[in-house]
Design a protein around this ligand. Structure first.
Ligand code: AMP
Ligand code: MG
Length: 642
């Protein structure tokens, strides 16, 4: 009863946000770092959260053959101990140097046979004699395309261990995708194809280089002997990937669906204490000045100021679980703002692909935008355009409302959340109305917070991308919206626009004639597109926008050399993005032509997207990859069969 009334009223809150369809490194010196075998490992996740009761210990799992660890329902647990399948003749195709650095590993690890063994699934950090950390697959569920899909889980991903960078102290969970079947594989084979693995390997690292929160990729391994059946027979592969956490909204969803109150609470506590830096780091905490900082960056002022209405006594109206919810909401708001600002689409924003840490994750049919088109979805099967560019902000909120439902009881309990009877028996009939009301109020206020954080971050990023120093409220309509409308109508390339704008000297845009003459730098090779546009009308429209933009640049950069503005813009507007057509070419060359060099070159470009050039010897190829997207390769779509 309680759960369904939560769901009903929360659905009203979410429709309010559906109107929000907004158009809207340091180098490692070679000798530094550890080997992957040496680096400190831990197993907080498996030691603090309950295992699959069928295989309660590493020994229990290790003693059975892998066939016994196949698909079934797993209840009362957050994971199953399961080892990777041993691959035949794996070939290490690439290692991300930036990933090595961020993990605290030596750059030479890329050549270490021991690393190759680990990232291909041949070796892990546990033995019968010495113990250690045994690999595991997580249990989760999810809402897929708006429908409850039941138990999902890591069907082909197996985590090897948590590893902590000794310098930065950041802890990551290292995981192999495509390492064989697990209890969560359902009807599938536990494998990943080379095609989708190349895409994830390059693009997760590219998003990180752009400053977008994301899961990462350490390496890509080809499994030449593994023949994987999709639309055709394809080679298999493994991506070794890592993230601060792989927990997602779907992890809470499955517990909520099974009404596992104890485990929801336990998981929430784990997230606050073990994934985030502790309860006191969450927004709205009453803290002494000495305690200072917070879990995420401090660049947005509203962060620690709860909306006026909920500034009530901490622990009463807004208890610690409400604050945890707000942290998760805020992180996701920032990430989706970054997707909108850089034209990235996840493609399958189901709750099982929505991180509680606000990371971009999953890497299925994602894409970067070519021509600006708010309706675009890279997902071939998404006929309703549910996960299209313009819907991403409202869909992420839809997912966060599902999380609000899972945490609803804890949020609604207010200061009674630790009462013995609430903990053991749940919400009584008498308490229900007050608690439901409280949860609704907090979640609906968090909706406003989501909107505010999203808009602030979006404005901050767009302001930087347009080379402005200070956001003015009028910029939103006169610059941002007009730019997006113009790009859509003239079918201009979204990301090229910003880079080309970065390179235009302001001194060449003084008169209407100059502006209209320069407008063509934004046009495709074949000329302007869009219904009813002529070369002349397009030049006029772009010229008018450039006039407004120029005035704002002059206002913001008074007296500063224009070269500085151009440099600042180039530092946030990538020249290179691994777009779908480029990934297709890389896949073709690696898979069909045995090219082993292209992957490293493209990864290098992806890791340094703001450079002008990367390797003199390959200048022509680089310019081709950074140039106009070939006409019939724009806005490509992808199926989910990865
Ligand atoms: P995705 O659409 O990639 O987010 O996957 C949804 C669910 O299906 C997750 O639980 C995956 O682990 C599982 N899954 C997808 N592909 C496979 C596969 N080839 N083998 C086993 N499980 C898979
Ligand atoms: Mg997924």
């Amino acid at each position: 009863m309680l759960r369904s009334s939560f769901s009903r009223s929360l659905r009203t809150i979410q429709t309010r946000l559906n109107q929000m369809a907004l158009h809207v490194g340091a180098q490692n010196s070679a000798a530094e770092g550890l080997t992957l075998a040496e680096i400190p490992k831990s197993n907080n996740f498996t030691s603090k959260l309950p295992p699959d009761p069928a295989f309660e210990t590493p020994e229990a799992s290790h003693s059975v053959s892998r066939e016994h660890l196949g698909p079934r329902l797993v209840k009362g647990a957050l994971y199953t101990y399961v080892r990777p399948e041993k691959p035949e003749d794996p070939e290490l195709l690439g290692v991300s140097p930036k990933a090595l650095e961020d993990l605290g590993l030596k750059l030479e690890e890329a050549q270490n046979p021991e690393l190759k063994e680990i990232v291909s699934g041949n070796r892990f950090f546990w033995s019968e004699e010495k113990g250690g950390v045994y690999p595991w697959a997580q249990c989760y569920g999810g809402w897929q395309f708006g429908e409850w899909a039941g138990q999902l889980g890591d069907g082909r991903a197996i985590s090897l261990a948590e590893i902590t960078n000794p310098k930065t102290k950041v802890r990551y969970e290292l995981q192999l995708k495509g390492a064989g079947r697990t209890p969560y594989s359902r009807f599938a084979d536990g494998k990943a194809v080379l095609r989708s693995s190349i895409r994830e390997y390059i693009v997760s690292e590219a998003l990180h280089a752009l400053g977008v929160p994301t899961t990462r990729a350490l390496s890509l391994t080809l499994l030449p002997k593994s023949k994987v059946i999709r639309e055709r027979i394809e080679p298999g592969a493994i991506v070794a990937r890592f993230a601060e956490t792989w927990l997602r909204i779907g992890t809470f969803d499955i517990l909520h669906a099974r009404n596992d109150r104890d485990l929801i609470r336990k998981l929430a506590e784990y997230v606050a204490e073990d994934v985030f830096p502790g309860w006191e780091s969450l927004p709205g905490a009453v803290r002494t000045p000495q305690q200072g900082g917070s879990a995420a960056d401090v660049d947005d002022p509203p962060r620690n100021i709860p909306p006026k209405e909920i500034q009530g006594k901490e622990g009463e109206e807004q208890n610690r679980f409400a604050r945890l919810y707000r942290e998760i909401v805020r992180r996701n708001a920032k990430t989706v703002a970054a997707w909108q600002a850089y034209g990235f689409m996840n493609g399958v924003l189901n709750t099982d692909n929505t991180s509680i840490y606000g990371l971009s994750m999953d890497y299925g049919p994602f894409a970067f935008m070519d021509n600006f088109d708010p309706q675009y979805t890279p997902n071939h099967d998404d006929h309703m355009l549910r996960y299209s560019y313009k819907n991403q902000p409202s869909i992420i909120w839809w997912n966060l409302v599902r999380l609000g439902e899972s945490l609803g009881e804890l949020i609604g309990a207010g200061d009674q959340v630790d009462d013995e009877t609430f903990m053991t028996k749940g919400v009584s009939e008498a308490q229900a109305p007050v608690m439901i009301k409280r949860a609704e109020t907090i979640i609906s206020q968090t909706a406003d917070e989501y909107r505010t954080v999203f808009l602030n971050e979006y404005k901050r990023l767009m302001t930087r991308r347009l080379g402005l120093r200070v956001f003015q409220e009028s910029d939103f309509d006169s610059l941002f919206s007009e730019l997006l409308d113009m790009m859509e109508q003239l079918e201009l390339d979204f990301n090229h626009f910003f880079r080309r704008l970065s390179e235009l000297p302001i001194s060449e845009l003084e008169t209407d004639e100059q502006r209209q003459a320069r407008a063509s730098v934004f046009f495709h090779e074949e000329g302007v597109g869009g219904i009813g546009n002529t070369e002349e009308s397009a030049r006029r429209r772009v010229g008018e926008w450039l006039a407004k933009w120029r005035a704002r640049v002059l206002e913001d950069w008074q007296g500063v050399d224009d070269g500085e503005r151009r440099d600042a813009m180039k530092r946030v507007n990538p020249k290179f993005l691994p777009r779908s057509w480029i990934l297709d070419e890389v896949i073709e060359r690696v898979e069909k032509k045995g090219d082993r060099e292209i992957l490293g070159r493209v990864m290098n470009m992806a890791l340094h997207p703001f450079e002008d050039s990367w390797n003199e010897k390959y200048r022509e190829e680089e310019e081709r990859f950074c140039g106009d997207v070939p006409r019939f390769k724009r806005a490509m779509m992808c199926s989910c069969s990865s």
